[in-house]
Design a protein around this ligand. Sequence first.
Ligand code: F6P
Length: 370
Amino acid sequence: MAANHTRRIGILTSGGDCPGLNAAIRGVAKAALYNGTTVIGIQDGFRGLVENRTIPLEDAAVSGILTRGGTFLGSSRDKPHKMNMGGKIMDMTDVAVANLKKMQIDCLVCLGGNGTQKNALRLHEKGGINVLTLPKTIDNDVAQTDITFGFDSAMLIATEAIDRLHTTATSHHRVIICEIMGHQAGWLTLGAGIAGGADVILIPEIPYDLEQVVEHIVTRRHHNKRFSIIAVAEGALSKEEAALNGDKKKKKTPHPIHKEKDGVVLIREPKASRLAREIQQLSGIDARVTSLGHVQRGGVPSPNDRLLCTRLGTKAGQLLAEGVYNVMVAVRGQQCVSVPLQKVAGITRIVPDNHPWIETARLVDTCMGN
Ligand code: F6P
């Protein structure tokens, strides 16, 4: 066996969960343990790191978890440099670094999406910690990798949902709007929309013209297709909203969560219900809404994700043995490769205007909203 450069790693899962996290933890841990590396599990993402909540990950601890959904380590959206500590936002970077040093961790392995990539890089740059990351998110919007894990499983769920909506929409000659996750990137809506044969697909990257959407639905009626399925990303914007937002590729779309005003909690009307109301008003056709929400992040990982997580995880194990740090393990074609974290962090991989999937959708007469 070649020399192992990494004696001890910590591993955490951070950000929104998704199917495949346990499979990826297992992949990293098994490959690391095989090389003689000690593996420490850190609970609830960066919060557990700051609060020093850890568990030893021996072989038995990572056995039997390949097919299990979620993350058995727990996750959170906490950032070390901006952490809510009893109501006060504090920079806890020094505490995180001190805890890693106390544990004699050679490298911190972080499984997460765009936020996690940034937090990991910051720990390296500000705290001098070695990190290694894996790209996780159902949004598929991490830079420098062909695909993220969790995406395939979510595609399966969203596609099945669209299939089910099709049969009921057909029976009742309705428009059904299916809201799919993705605030900034439309990969999941576009992929599941094409796979499920949605008649209209609306993604954040292409601001839509409501009149064109309505015209498409009405034309379908005239051609005796009396139902329509609209797959809409939660971050999709009409042309008017996009203009109000300025350059939407630079600005974040507003999260449909609560804002407090004079002690009253306001909830923005979700995109899909607003769209249903508008379409029903303009076309006179009965419209219904289904928001898939966190169903898309639940349940067991797909076979493709199990395979992907095992490939990414074991590649991470090899890189750790070689002492390759401060990289993300990415997918490029058939290979898993390491990419410097600086090239990943802070970049959201949105659907490019000329992506072949967009052309594919248009060629089967799918309205893309413009
Ligand atoms: O980042 C992944 C994601 O699933 C997004 O698609 C979605 O908008 C968001 O997380 C939901 O976050 P939360 O779990 O905090 O509600």
